[in-house]
Design a protein around this ligand. Structure first.
Ligand SMILES: [Zn+2]
Length: 319
């Protein structure tokens, strides 16, 4: 017996054309081609990446900002948007709406018990996107929008976001740092030497949100053992105290030792160890409800291997 694990992908994601940028269509192209050589896709429930509505993107982003992304994409040619690390093209806006839409559908299906859990293989990624600013290859903050949707539309009261991308999810943290109904935790490479330069351990939330943000910066070259030590000793006990009723994962696989953009030393086993812990947590507190969303990961082979192993763990019946 396997679980009903949703897998969300749409060919529109490949049309967000960034040329030779590290966050390029080849990342997902390679994944899908690799998966086609296995039986994994047969075991997964193929999800429908619907197009998110503008009012849904507005759960996190300013309307003027959303329009500025749309207008810039309407020009039709590849160009920088906002900063030198964000490149858009004619289909970026459509792709971004379908990325957010996939995640909204996934959380809805899991909330309604039509799926047990899900993984969304989307691009562009989201966790650096601020309320009205594109940053770090991100335009709309997919996970933040889904978290707000779960609170506002589905009535959840303790949504937990765990972000293991090697970069700090500044946009997600800033969206919720003053609140206690959405907990944000990130484990990432030391911000003194890694983009975007935020996510110090001293950042624990503000006003009503104090204590509901947790940052675990890691020294470069931290391996599986070091990561799992921090995860089990410093992170999981805090999650257990919070007792989440829905779990979202910002799953970036750029802490892998083969990744070209950062200097951590994880292998697939390290990512798997954290996911196993999250899955147990989900069954203990949230009836298994967990949706995982792709963020970074720039070595094709490492990304593909890590995601396929991630999917196998999601599929496994909890013992
Ligand atoms: Zn990253």
């Amino acid at each position: 017996m396997t679980l009903r694990t949703g897998f969300y992908f749409d060919p529109i994601y490949l049309q967000h054309d960034t040329g030779s940028h590290p966050e390029n269509a080849g990342r997902l192209q390679f994944l899908i081609e690799s998966m086609a050589k296995t039986s994994l896709l047969d075991e997964l429930q193929q999800g429908k990446a619907r197009k998110a509505e503008v009012h849904e993107i507005q759960l996190i982003h300013e309307l003027n900002y959303i329009r500025s992304v749309e207008d810039a994409c309407a020009v039709g040619q590849q160009q920088y948007f906002g900063s030198m690390d964000c490149i858009i093209s004619g289909k970026t806006y459509e792709a971004a709406l379908h990325a957010t839409g996939a995640i909204l559908d996934a959380v809805n299906q899991v909330a309604d018990q039509k799926l047990d859990n899900a993984f969304c293989a989307v691009r562009p990624p989201g966790h650096h996107a601020e309320n009205s600013e594109a940053m770090g290859f991100c335009y709309f903050n997919n996970v933040a929008i889904a978290a707000e949707f779960l609170v506002k539309e589905k009535g959840y009261e303790r949504v937990l976001i765990f972000d293991f991308d090697v970069h700090h999810g500044n946009g997600t943290q800033h969206s919720f740092e003053a609140r206690n109904d959405i907990f944000y935790c990130s484990i990432h490479q030391d911000p003194r030497i890694c983009y975007p330069g935020t996510g110090y351990a001293s950042e624990r939330g503000v006003s009503d949100g104090t204590g509901y943000t947790l940052n675990c910066p890691m020294p470069p070259y931290s391996d599986d053992e070091r990561y799992l030590q921090v995860f089990h000793n410093n992170i999981l006990p805090v999650f257990q105290d919070y007792a989440p009723d829905f779990i979202l994962i910002s799953a970036g696989f750029d802490a892998h030792r083969d990744d070209p953009l950062a200097q951590e030393s994880l292998t697939v086993e390290g990512f798997d160890g954290m996911l196993e812990g999250m899955k147990t947590l989900a069954y203990h507190y949230a009836e298994g409800r967990m949706v995982s969303v792709l963020e970074g990961g720039y070595d094709y082979q490492a990304l593909s291997d890590s995601i396929q192993s991630h999917l196998e763990i999601l599929l496994k019946d909890p013992a």
